[in-house]
Each structure stands twice: as structure tokens, then as C-alpha cells.
Design a binder for this molecule. Structure first.
Ligand code: ZN
Length: 160
């Protein structure tokens, strides 16, 4: 069986940034399951894994446009401290939910706390980064009907 649309794939991966520093890895944990072709993983990786078999591994570099997007300077804003009064234990790195003019929720990260304002960044932490993956395919199976309808993998301990 090959990695293709609607198959449940379990992979081990190690993710490094441009400087070679490990950002994330599944090694030491269970392999990460996803459904191919449903946007569970970033598009550039999905494309690179298409057709691979169990036991195969590969190195894939994914540009920001095919990963977590380019970095938008406009997504960084200064918010008056006044507007942050309700936030408990405000600190750098904290994620807060915000709403745009249409009422859609989005997440911002606190990147700097100043005397009278707080700098927040709505970019994904990995926006603008080229990502370097080493991936090995551990298992491939058919997705169930429910999994395909929901667009995500169900496991014994977690199905919703
Ligand atoms: Zn579900």
C-alpha cells in the first residue's frame, strides 16, 4: 500500500529549522497519524510523501508558502495595556484569543511587554521558516467511513 488520498498514514518525523536545530520530533513517542489528502499536515509535506511505502524514509525541505505561510509584518500589533487588563499572568510567549472585525476568532502570541502596551503577533510561530523534515513511514491503512467524514484519524483512546 502506498501513501495516497484517504489512507491513514503513521509517520515518525524530525523537524529542523534552517540552522539545523530540532524544532519538533515524534521519536520516542508514538508515530503521528494523519489522513493523506485532508490537510491534516502541511501541503508541502503531503505532496512529498505521496506514493511512499511503509519502511521508506526521506528528507523533505518545505518552503514557507507550502508550510505555515510567509511572515506578515502587518500581523504584529501594539495593543494598549488597558485592553489587556482582563488577562491574568500576562507574559511573553503566551497565546491569546482575539477577534477580527467580522468576529472571527484567531490566536495571537505575546512577543513583548512594554510599560503601557503589549506587542502581539498573529503570525504562526513557524511563519516565514523553511522547514526540514526527516520522515519515515511506519504504517498505512484504509481510513474508516467516520474518519473520512470527519477528516481526521480516530484511535482507540480518542474518537470524536
Ligand atoms: Zn472524528
Amino acid at each position: 500500500m502506498n501513501v495516497q488520498k484517504d489512507k491513514v498514514v503513521e509517520m515518525h518525523y524530525t523537524l529542523k529549522d534552517d540552522s539545523g536545530e530540532v524544532i519538533d520530533s515524534s521519536i520516542g513517542n508514538e508515530p503521528m497519524p494523519f489522513i493523506q489528502g485532508h490537510g491534516n499536515i502541511i501541503p508541502g509535506l503531503e505532496k512529498a510523501l505521496e506514493g511512499m511505502k511503509v519502511g521508506e524514509s526521506c528528507d523533505v525541505s518545505v518552503k514557507p508558502e507550502d508550510a505555515y505561510g510567509v511572515h506578515y509584518p502587518d500581523a504584529i500589533q501594539d495593543v494598549p495595556m488597558e485592553a489587556m487588563k482582563a488577562v491574568e499572568n500576562l507574559k511573553v510567549g503566551m497565546e491569546l484569543q482575539s477577534k477580527d472585525n467580522q468576529g472571527n476568532a484567531f490566536i495571537v502570541r505575546v512577543t513583548e511587554i512594554k510599560d503601557d502596551s503589549v506587542k502581539v503577533d498573529a503570525n504562526h510561530p513557524l511563519a516565514g521558516e523553511t522547514l526540514h523534515f526527516n520522515v519515515s513511514i511506519e504504517n498505512i491503512r484504509e481510513a474508516s467511513k467516520d474518519e473520512l467524514e470527519h477528516g481526521h484519524v480516530h484511535s482507540a483512546s480518542c474518537s470524536h
